[in-house]
Design a protein around this ligand. Structure first.
Ligand code: HMG
Length: 440
C-alpha cells in the first residue's frame, strides 16, 4: 500500500503581537508569571484589521503552493477546518480557492471543497478525511490541501483572554509524503459536553476550569482506545508527543496523564512508586473526578522525579516553543505543536527519519483523537523552508489601547475605523465583504 501523510506545511501568523507579561498583565493587575510560568505563554498573535480566517488561510496556502511548484490542477480536494467561520452556507474553502485562483494559472473547478467543524480537532479530522480519500483511490493522483485557520478570540475579561491567538496552518496531504506518514492506528474519546461552545455568537461561552477536566478525561479515553488498536505504548518508543495546546500549562497536565497511563503496571511504575513511597490505586473509575482523586498523590510526586522530568524535556517541551509565542490557534494548534517539535530537532541537528510521533488532538464539545505518525526522509528540508521565525520577529507590538481597538474590529458586531498596523506586501487582504484582493 502507498504511504499517505503530510507532504508539506506552511504557517501564517496574525501580524500583531500582544505581549502578555509586559502589556497585558500590568493592565489586568496580574503577576506576569501567572502567564509565563502558570500558563506558559509569553505572547499572543493577533490578526491585523485586514486579516481574517480567509486571508490567513489563503496566504499560508499560496506560500505552500508556490514553494512546492503546484498548480490548481494538482489539488483534488480543499478542506478548511475552522471554528471562526462567518458563513453558514458557503464553506471557507470556496473563499480561499477564489483568492488562490487570482494568482495561480488554472482553477479549482474539479476540486472537492468543504469545511470541517469539531472545534480544535477539526484540523486533524480534515487530515483523516484526506487520508481516507487518497487511500480509497479516489484522488486521481492529486493531493489534498488542508487548511486549519482561526481567530481564537475570547470576550474581554474572560479568563480565556490570555490564551488568544490567530493564524493558519496549511498542509498538503499526498502519497509518498515528505514530512510524516500517517498510520492506521487511531483512538477516540468523544462525548457531548457543554463547557466551551459558540452557538451563533462571536466569542465562546467557556467554563475554563471544567474545560480542562473534559480535555483530560477525553484524552485518557482516546489513549485507551488507541492502545486497544496499537497495543501498549512504551513512553520511550515515542520521540515527540504533540498535544493540542490551548496553552502550554494544559499540556503539562496532559503529558503527566499520558506518561502515567503508558507506564501503568510496568516496571517503570514499580520503580517510581518505590522511589515515591506512593502507589497509584488500581481500580476501575466511573468518572474523571474519581480517577483524578485516586491518582493525585502519586502524580504530584511523579512530576518531580528525574525520570519524568527527563522524559518531559525530551518528548514534550520541544512541542511547546511556538505555542508560547503564538497562543492558541484552535484548529491549527496541534499542527503547530508538531511543527515546533520538528523545528527544534532540525535546529539541534537531531536525526528523525523513521522516528514515531504520537499526536494528541482535541476539540471542545468534546473529542480527543490519538494517532501515530512516522517521520519521513524529507522532513528536514520541509521544516527548514518555514519562515515562522521571520514572521514572528516582524509582528507589530500592540499597546493595550491598540489591542482593544483591534479586538473590537474582530468582534463582528462593531464597525470601527482603525489604522492598519502593518504593511501588507504581496498577500491577500480583506478589503470588504465580497472583495478579497491581493496587494503587491
Ligand atoms: P485562570 O483561572 O485565570 O488561571 O484561567 P488560574 O488562576 O487557574 O492560573 C492558571 C495557572 O497559573 C495555574 O496553574 C496557577 O497555579 C498558575 P495550575 O495550578 O493549573 O498548574 N499561576 C501562577 N504561576 C506562577 N506564578 C503566578 C501564578 N498565578 C497563577 N503568579 C483557564 C485559566 C484555563 C481557566 C483560562 O485560561 C481559560 O478559561 N481558558 C480558555 C479555555 C481553555 O483553554 N481550556 C483548555 C482546555 S479546552 C481546549 O483546549 C479547547 C479549546 O482550545 C477550544 C476548542 O477546542 O475549540 C479551548
Amino acid at each position: 500500500m502507498t504511504s499517505v501523510g503530510i507532504d508539506a506545511i506552511e504557517i501564517w501568523t496574525g501580524k500583531l503581537r500582544l505581549d502578555l507579561p509586559n502589556t497585558f498583565a500590568p493592565v489586568k493587575g496580574d503577576d506576569p508569571e501567572k502567564y509565563t510560568k502558570g500558563l506558559g505563554l509569553h505572547n499572543s498573535s493577533m490578526p491585523d484589521v485586514y486579516e481574517d480566517i480567509v486571508t490567513m488561510g489563503a496566504n499560508a496556502a499560496k506560500r505552500l503552493m508556490e514553494r512546492k511548484g503546484l498548480s490548481p490542477q494538482d489539488i483534488g480536494r480543499i478542506d478548511v477546518a475552522t471554528e471562526s467561520a462567518f458563513d453558514n452556507s458557503k464553506p471557507v474553502s470556496t473563499y480561499i480557492a477564489g483568492c488562490l485562483e487570482q494568482v495561480f494559472e488554472g482553477d479549482f473547478h474539479h476540486a472537492n471543497k468543504g469545511e470541517r467543524k469539531f472545534a480544535c480537532v477539526a484540523g486533524t479530522q480534515s487530515i483523516d478525511d484526506a487520508y481516507n480519500w487518497i487511500k480509497a483511490g479516489r484522488n486521481r493522483g492529486r493531493a489534498a490541501l488542508v487548511i486549519a485557520t482561526d481567530t481564537a478570540l475570547y470576550a474581554r475579561g474572560d479568563p480565556g483572554e490570555a490564551t488568544q491567538g490567530a493564524g493558519a496552518v496549511a498542509m498538503l496531504i499526498s502519497e509518498d509524503p515528505s514530512v510524516v506518514e500517517l498510520s492506521t492506528e487511531q483512538g477516540y474519546g468523544s462525548a457531548d459536553e457543554t463547557d466551551f461552545l459558540k452557538p451563533n455568537q462571536q466569542f465562546p461561552s467557556v467554563d475554563g476550569k471544567r474545560s480542562m477536566k473534559v480535555y483530560l478525561a477525553r484524552m485518557r479515553e482516546a489513549l485507551e482506545d488507541y492502545e486497544s488498536v496499537a497495543g501498549r505504548t512504551h513512553p520511550d518508543d515515542i520521540t515527540y508527543i504533540p498535544f493540542h495546546t490551548p496553552f502550554p500549562g494544559m499540556v503539562r497536565k496532559a503529558a503527566l496523564l499520558g506518561y502515567r497511563h503508558m507506564t501503568r503496571d510496568t516496571e517503570i511504575e514499580e520503580e517510581l512508586a518505590a522511589e515515591l513511597g506512593r502507589q497509584p490505586r488500581e481500580e476501575d473509575f466511573d468518572s474523571w473526578d474519581a480517577y483524578e482523586e485516586a491518582i493525585r498523590g502519586y502524580m504530584d510526586g511523579l512530576k518531580d522525579t528525574d525520570r519524568y522530568r527527563d522524559w518531559y524535556a525530551r518528548t514534550i517541551e520541544p512541542t511547546l516553543t511556538l505555542s508560547g509565542q503564538l497562543g492558541n490557534w484552535y484548529t491549527g494548534s496541534v499542527h503547530l505543536a508538531r511543527t515546533s517539535a520538528l523545528k527544534t530537532a532540525a535546529e539541534t541537528g537531531k536525526g528523525l527519519t523513521g522516528e514515531k510521533l504520537l499526536v494528541g488532538s482535541y476539540g471542545s464539545g468534546a473529542q480527543a483523537e490519538i494517532h501515530a505518525e512516522t517521520v519521513q526522509e524529507g522532513w528536514k528540508e520541509e521544516i527548514e523552508a518555514l519562515t515562522i521565525d521571520e514572521q514572528m520577529a516582524r509582528r507589530y507590538d500592540l499597546s493595550f489601547d491598540e489591542y482593544e481597538q483591534v479586538h473590537d474590529v474582530h468582534n463582528h458586531d462593531k464597525e470601527i475605523d482603525v489604522e492598519e498596523f502593518t504593511q501588507p506586501v504581496g498577500e491577500f487582504v480583506f478589503a470588504g465583504w465580497g472583495r478579497m484582493n491581493e496587494r503587491k
